[in-house]
Design a protein around this ligand. Structure first.
Ligand SMILES: [Zn+2]
Length: 218
């Protein structure tokens, strides 16, 4: 389910602020907008496309955090933490942003062990792992790009080679340059492949169980 399909994402925003950024923006000057990501005209067409597909964007001059209407509700947590860290720590993925992300990651580790009442452990584990990849220097577009390749069509499991060629087409560069731009691409790929295979396995187990039940009914 996408963020645009629910009545309000305010409860999630409030929870993220309360759990991870309790001292940020006490006067509530920042706003959160579910809108198409604004695209800087200075970017080349390829990057405009990639930028427009970002799940979130932090605009400090307007004090606005944009959330892409296509952002999955489960992923919203990751996007909010990432973007509020920009609001606190600046526009790059180093320095203060990185420090703040590490702090949020540590907090997430606590929730993985001991989730806040009523929330599932899996949610915290998913957010924890995503933020972990990001603080290791893996950009969100790589993680989401690879996740999409595993989610969208696949009757056939995407190979690492396929993933790399998709990225090299998107950036109009050779495969070597993709590795240079995204040194963690193989790690993210393997992580998603593991998730994909786990899902397949549980689907298969469920189908097998269903078959047995059918036989019992006969
Ligand atoms: Zn960012």
């Amino acid at each position: 389910m996408n963020v645009s399909e629910v009545k309000s994402i305010d409860p999630i925003i409030e929870m993220v602020k309360r759990l991870f950024f309790p001292r940020w923006d006490p006067q509530r000057k920042w706003r959160f907008a579910i809108e198409e990501i604004p695209i800087p005209a200075s970017l080349s067409p390829d990057f405009q496309k990639i930028h427009g597909e970002s799940l979130g964007c932090c605009e400090p001059t307007e004090k606005t955090i944009y959330i892409n209407p296509g952002c999955d509700l489960g992923y919203l947590w990751v996007v909010l933490i990432h973007e509020i860290c920009h609001a606190v720590g600046g526009g790059t993925h180093i320095g203060k942003w990185l420090e703040r992300m590490k702090k949020a990651h540590k907090k997430l580790g606590e929730f993985v062990r001991d989730p806040p009442a009523g929330s599932p452990k899996e949610l915290w584990k998913m957010i924890y792992e995503n933020i972990e990849l990001q603080i290791e220097g893996t950009p969100t577009e790589l993680i989401v790009g690879i996740q999409n390749l595993f989610e969208d069509p696949p009757s056939v499991m995407p190979t690492l080679d396929h993933v790399i060629s998709v990225f090299s087409k998107a950036f109009r560069c050779n495969k070597k340059a993709v590795f240079k731009k995204y040194p963690t691409i193989e790690k993210v790929y393997k992580e998603e492949r593991r998730r994909f295979l786990d899902k397949l396995k549980s689907k298969y187990e469920a189908a097998k169980k269903g078959d047995l039940n059918d036989q019992e009914e006969d």
